[in-house]
Design a protein around this ligand. Structure first.
Ligand code: HAM
Length: 488
């Protein structure tokens, strides 16, 4: 018996497995597949990371005693992309690309494997503790990148004076983080990034937020489903100045206070106190971070403060762009990455069920941490996992069934050459054609329905003698005899 169990074996031999196949859903892209029929893609639930793994006994039953089935699950926290999931992913990426094009960004790409040095930062960020890092065969320390921003910075430095500023780049790539998994958080995910280098004004952030809003709108999400919380790291900087906290503690303070709401206030206090921040300053910081109104912030920091004027400018630009109802000021947004220096933002679902949908901000001093001259920069990362969860919850997943234009089916084996010629000629004209052989006509009709074919082209002996084929229009059910050279 073959080592790979056939679908039929699984269905015939294991009724219990069949139940799992039809009812279990675990991948963020999963459950999109209609469950009323058992398509090959439904089989993937058997191999998804959280579905039950086959026991040895079950495996023996499927493949025959003596041989052992390898673990068909991808590594924990990672995903396979069977056709239904791949269609959904492509659809999402097309939307990412289209929005980037509309905003006049150019696409770039980087290796998933990067040198570890690019990601070594000392601020105690979670991301640096989640690295997939190892030594390659040449003894070099490398990582599977957890994010794309450092690679982007590396390329900007490498390109040097040859790039003309402002530079607007986008990329879509896989990132790896050894995460504790929750809904929408995985060990690998794809991130759409849009970044601008060379714009120091909040125009940069305003453009990025428009891109995010346009994306949501394209996906059918509106401002009552999702909001974008905005603040600025300069708020915290101003508070630290008020309490005369040394500048060199700024990044560490940011990373610690980003955990507000994730760990207890006592733990935050403990961490800040251990940095040497006074209890009065800790209370002051936490108080300011609870502000949700820009006018209150202005009262506390004064209208001269850069944080206040920049945020006010951003909110006034938001009115002009027409997305003011999407954004709100929330001083608690700090973001967990060390390099942010100014405005920071995160999109969230208003029902509060999911983790951040996307996030970004200004990072004007990242390049100097790599020994280069700084260039003002801002950007965001938008993952592929949380958004799919949200679309699922809102019933907004698109109908993306596999579609072909024509099925070409020779009714006699001797006509396989003719069928190949017909399929080839239609394909050269740009039609998608499935050439089917060795099946019963009944199966071919069912198959045509399943893949939504618009025409069935039957190549039969008697028609072929007249240089023709039978063409069945599957939507009107009409059937014609069509001369080969008239077939388009
Ligand atoms: P981040 O907030 O760490 O920022 O990630 C950005 C987005 O990536 C998150 O909002 C989420 O959509 C997605 N994401 C992150 N981790 C996971 C995970 N484990 N599973 C699924 N999705 C995830 C950054 O990475 C910054 N480099 C973004 C940036 C670009 N800032 C400026 N430019």
């Amino acid at each position: 018996m073959s080592a790979v169990p056939s679908l039929r074996h699984l269905l015939l031999l294991r009724p219990r497995l069949r139940f799992f196949a039809l009812s279990t859903s675990s991948s963020p892209f999963l459950s999109y597949a209609p469950s009323h029929h058992f398509s090959p893609s439904s089989l993937r639930v058997l191999s998804s990371s959280s579905s039950p793994t086959l026991t040895q006994e079950e495996a023996d039953e499927v493949v025959g005693k003596g041989s052992s089935l390898i673990d068909v699950n991808p590594p924990r926290g990672t995903r396979d992309f069977p056709p239904d999931d791949m269609r959904l992913r492509n659809w999402l990426f097309q939307n990412f690309r289209e929005v980037s094009r509309i905003l006049s960004f150019e696409e770039v790409d980087f290796p998933v494997l990067e040198s570890e040095a690019l990601f070594i930062r000392k601020a105690g960020e979670e991301i640096t503790q989640q690295l997939y890092n190892f030594e390659d065969k040449g003894g070099r320390r490398v990582v599977l990148r957890p994010e794309i921003t450092p690679s982007l910075a590396r390329l900007v430095i490498k390109q040097g004076k040859s790039v003309s500023l402002p530079l607007k780049w986008f990329t879509i790539g896989q990132c790896w983080r050894y995460e504790r998994m929750t809904r929408g958080r995985r060990r690998e995910h794809y991130q759409w990034n849009m970044d601008i280098f060379g714009v120091s004004k909040v125009r940069g952030e305003a453009e990025l937020i428009q891109a995010i809003v346009l994306l949501f709108e394209r996906l059918g999400i509106n401002s009552s489903d999702v909001g974008i919380r905005v603040s600025s790291r300069k708020v915290l900087q101003a508070v630290l100045q008020m309490y005369a906290i040394p500048e060199n503690l700024f990044t560490q303070v940011c990373v610690i206070v980003d955990k507000l709401g994730k760990i207890t206030r006592e733990e935050i206090e403990k961490e800040l106190l251990s940095l040497g921040v006074s209890i009065q300053a800790v209370n002051g910081i936490i108080e300011v971070l609870s502000l949700k109104s820009l006018s209150k912030l202005e009262e506390v920091l004064g209208s001269e403060e850069e944080a206040v004027s920049e945020l006010k400018k951003l909110f006034s630009l938001a009115e002009s762009y027409g997305y003011a109802d999407w954004i709100c000021f929330d001083a608690s947004v700090v973001r967990g990455l060390a390099y942010y220096t100014g405005i920071v933002f995160e999109a969230f679902d208003r029902e509060g069920k999911l983790r951040a949908i996307c996030g970004g901000g200004r990072y004007d001093r990242l390049l100097s941490t790599f020994g280069s001259e700084d260039i003002p920069a801002c950007g965001f990362g938008f993952g592929d996992a949380v958004i799919v969860e949200l679309l699922k919850d809102k019933g907004l997943l698109p109908d993306l069934a596999h579609r072909v234009d024509d099925i070409v089916f020779p009714l006699d084996e001797v006509l396989d050459g003719t069928a190949s010629r017909i399929a080839s000629s239609l394909r050269k004209k740009g039609r998608s054609v499935d050439l089917v052989e060795d099946k019963r006509l009944k199966w071919v009709f069912k198959h045509a329905e399943r893949i939504g074919a618009s025409r069935l082209i039957l190549v039969g002996n008697s028609e072929w003698e007249r240089g023709a084929v039978r063409v069945k229009n599957l939507s009107t059910r009409e059937e014609f005899e069509v001369k080969i050279d008239e077939l388009v």
